[in-house]
Ligand binder design. Structure first.
Ligand code: NAD
Length: 526
């Protein structure tokens, strides 16, 4: 598959034969392989539909659902994108099969797994990288360069956020396909506490400053969004903030979570200057004072822009693959080798532990040191998991009904959100600065209504069939958000249509009034 550019990246002509294990996220990378001296020769996934999609994009490759068969093939490196809590053992299996490893985040799920993984990498002599990508956006790579030049001085404080709400992904694969069989939730996104997904926000702060975390503390946030499986401080659907001491004595806030405002705000303060990224804009405040001039800058990568642009996560995915290929071909260490991967992964595990302990700080060990590792060799404690294999329904549940759950919940969540966006914005319509924006929102609600009503009916069937199941509880919580008594009535479609017409009149009238106001404003300035 062509990268669409003839740009040459490495002088070396050596090719790396790559296998991709896990073809959901794992399929995001194949387009940039050719330019990076990589040939995708094998893919592995339990899911037939993902293997099919992989073969459509990599027609010469071998595909299987059997990991042993995959690892037994003759190739050089694995892009590992299997289930998040399985990465350590899967990476060790790859190393044992003689393959270099690029592991998706996070590197491991328990302290003991981290020890095992470090020692497996050391023993293997192979390249191991963690595929943390968020540091490699153009703004973050620019900030790193300027940080190294001394523009910002010493790190004082930073706060990076990875707030990403994933309710539908609790019941679907990453491509939106409902989990099959449909009576089971997603293998890990349905229950994992967000502390365990801490690298997208911590990684950039470490990369820019070159510092490592030394201590972490976190208080539990107990509120959970409706529709998530686990309640209380353990599960998904809540916030997971931690404070982390860094090796220069600075403190940072690392915020992860699934709540009602996805956000990736990044702010970083040094002793000489500071930077913030909000809504894709990078602003610096330079001049050593709190009120010094703050200007927007246009960050650029130093090289390979045409290759990076257009790849996933604002081009960051390209650099993950670039650093991995470069380390294999030229021996240049990548930013996230096994030890930095530990520095980045450990504060998540210990942040979770701190919140469970009610806010006790934990020292972050340095897994470069054998002595530090020794203390955690047998530490396999982990958060309680939802029993995904047992599923969301009791054994006696009618299979055809229980298995319709994952598709039903996906449709119900998606259509409910369209309805609620309309309902909640409609309630404060006079306050909206550009009232015409509400028209687009009501149009989406109108389009979604047949899907909402169908999903409501299917959800009711499941609830009646297994009223005490977790599946029924999840559906009931979302039905409540959907104002079922109002929206399930056949005449609601006409009511929405009338409301739209009314809204259009209001919008036109307010546009006229606005026009009159601005005309009178120009003719008679006060
Ligand atoms: N860096 C990023 O921006 C980013 C984005 C999305 C996902 N991820 C990471 O990528 C990983 C994969 O995520 P995903 O979104 O594809 O979700 P996922 O966890 O649903 O996908 C894992 C895929 O691997 C397959 N799989 C798992 N174990 C297997 C095995 N032993 N044998 C064969 N197939 C196996 C599953 O069938 C599934 O299709 C996760 O760890 C996630 O953290 C990273």
């Amino acid at each position: 598959m062509s990268s669409g550019t003839d740009e040459r990246v490495f002088e070396n002509d050596e090719r790396i034969r790559l296998g991709i294990w896990g073809l959901g996220r794992g399929l995001s990378f194949y387009k940039m392989c050719e330019a990076l001296n990589m040939d995708v020769v094998a893919g592995c996934d339990y899911n037939e539909h993902m293997r099919q999609r992989f073969l459509e994009c990599n027609s010469d490759a071998f595909a299987t659902g059997d990991a042993e068969e995959f690892l037994a093939r003759d190739f050089d490196a694995v892009l590992l994108a299997t289930y998040c809590p399985a990465h350590a053992d899967d990476a060790i299996a790859c190393l044992n099969a003689g393959k270099h490893v690029l592991s998706e985040v996070t590197a491991f799920h328990t302290m003991a797994e981290g020890v095992r993984l470090v020692e497996a990498v050391e023993k293997s002599g192979l390249v191991y990288n963690m595929a943390e990508n968020c540091p490699f956006t153009a703004p973050n790579m620019y900030l790193k360069r300027k940080w190294e030049e001394g523009l910002f001085g010493e790190l004082m404080y930073a706060e990076y956020e990875y707030v990403h709400e994933v309710l539908t992904l609790s019941y679907t694969y990453i491509d939106g396909t409902p989990i099959d069989p449909g009576n089971k939730p997603h293998s890990w996104r349905s229950w994992i506490n967000y502390h365990y997904y801490n690298t997208h926000s911590l990684g950039p702060m470490m990369y820019i400053t070159g510092l490592r975390p030394t201590r972490v503390v976190s208080l539990p946030g107990r509120q959970r969004l409706p529709g998530y499986l686990m309640k209380g401080i353990d599960g998904m659907g809540g916030v997971a903030p931690s404070l982390i001491s860094m090796s220069n004595g600075a403190v940072i806030r690392n915020l992860m979570g699934a709540t009602t405002n996805d956000s990736h705000i990044h702010r970083i303060w040094g002793t000489l200057g500071s930077a913030e990224q909000v809504d894709g804009e990078l602003r610096l405040r330079l001049g050593t004072g709190g009120g010094s001039p703050k200007l927007r800058v246009q960050p650029r990568w130093e090289k390979h822009t045409s290759l990076a642009e257009g790849t996933g996560h604002h081009g960051a995915d390209f650099w993950v693959m670039y650093f991995f290929a470069r380390e294999i071909l030229e021996g240049v260490p990548a930013p996230f080798d096994i030890y930095t991967a530990c520095d980045c992964t450990l504060p998540g595990i210990l942040g979770y532990r701190s919140q469970v302990d009610g806010g006790i700080p934990h020292v972050v060990p340095d897994f470069r040191s054998r002595q530090d590792r020794e203390a955690f060799r047998a530490d396999d404690s982990r958060q309680p998991r939802y029993d995904v294999e047992r599923g969301l329904f009791p054994p006696h549940a009618e299979p055809s009904i229980a298995r319709s759950f994952s598709e039903t919940v996906r449709d119900l969540v998606n259509s409910t959100r369209k309805y609620r966006a309309f309902r909640d914005w409609r309630g404060i319509a006079p306050d909206i600065q550009e009232p015409s924006q509400l028209l687009g929102i009501i149009d989406e609600a109108i389009d979604a209504l047949p899907h909402l009503q169908s999903a409501q009916q299917r959800a009711r069937l499941i609830i009646r069939s297994c009223p005490d199941s977790d599946g029924a509880r999840v559906l009931a919580e979302i039905l409540e958000l959907s104002d079922e008594e109002i929206t399930s009535r056949p005449e609601y479609a006409q009511e929405l249509g009338r409301d739209r017409a009314c809204l259009l009149r209001e919008t036109n009238a307010s546009g006229d009034a606005e026009g009159e106001r601005s005309q009178s404003g120009t003719s008679s300035p006060s």
